[in-house]
Write a protein that binds this ligand. Sequence first.
Ligand SMILES: NC(=O)c1ccc[n+]([C@@H]2O[C@H](COP(=O)([O-])OP(=O)(O)OC[C@H]3O[C@@H](n4cnc5c(N)ncnc54)[C@H](OP(=O)(O)O)[C@@H]3O)[C@@H](O)[C@H]2O)c1
Length: 210
Amino acid sequence: MRIAIIGTGNVGSAIARGLAGKGHAVTLGARNPQDADLVALATEVGAGLARPETAAAGAEIVILALPWGAADAAVRALGDLAGKIVIDCMNPLGMVDGVLGLTLGHSTSGGEIVQGWLPGAQVVKTLNQVGAEIMAKNDHLPQRPVMVMAGDSEDAKARVAGLLTDLGFAPLDAGGIVRARLLEPFGMLWINQALLRGKGRNWAFAAVEG
Ligand SMILES: NC(=O)c1ccc[n+]([C@@H]2O[C@H](COP(=O)([O-])OP(=O)(O)OC[C@H]3O[C@@H](n4cnc5c(N)ncnc54)[C@H](OP(=O)(O)O)[C@@H]3O)[C@@H](O)[C@H]2O)c1
């Protein structure tokens, strides 16, 4: 599939590494595509490199890996994404009562807000529930980690499930985009353990069935 990754920080670069060699045409969308480190990353993973709006225009799937605070303006600057699948990996984080937490929830979610910005696109919330390192490489884990997704389009989720499988995850469908209200606190649960309770970053959630 033709995939644009908008934002090339921890998450964007991890997904680019995780998808390398999996048969996709990946373009990194960056504000400064001349940056030497990004040129090196693009070469390493066999990706193209372009301005965000150019990368998004040529893609079937647009992955948003931006800081939440920058997302509104950055997403609007991408232009018309109607008809595209948009993967929202972002967690609406900020300081809440003096500690890192979610700045919204219960009655809405980041995923629903992104879908509201992009009414013609099929937004799928996912890849927000583990650290970037596990997105890039997880085959050392004893079990295939689970990755939950939420979105209103069954067709979009089926295609995103294929991508999640390529990244080493067992996809799990939580339902419509309204279920991003569950996925964002679930991401916060990973952050709480990893960063605030000292568990570190080399782990993920798995689903066991009997
Ligand atoms: N880090 C994790 O382990 C992790 C895991 C799951 C989900 N997330 C979520 O994923 C998102 C990204 O996290 P991250 O750790 O990858 O952040 P990051 O390392 O700070 O990277 C953010 C990227 O967004 C780009 N960017 C910022 N403003 C932009 C704009 N206006 N237009 C275009 N690009 C812009 C930055 O570009 P420049 O380099 O040009 O500034 C950078 O490439 C966040 O919402 C976070 O909550 C993170």
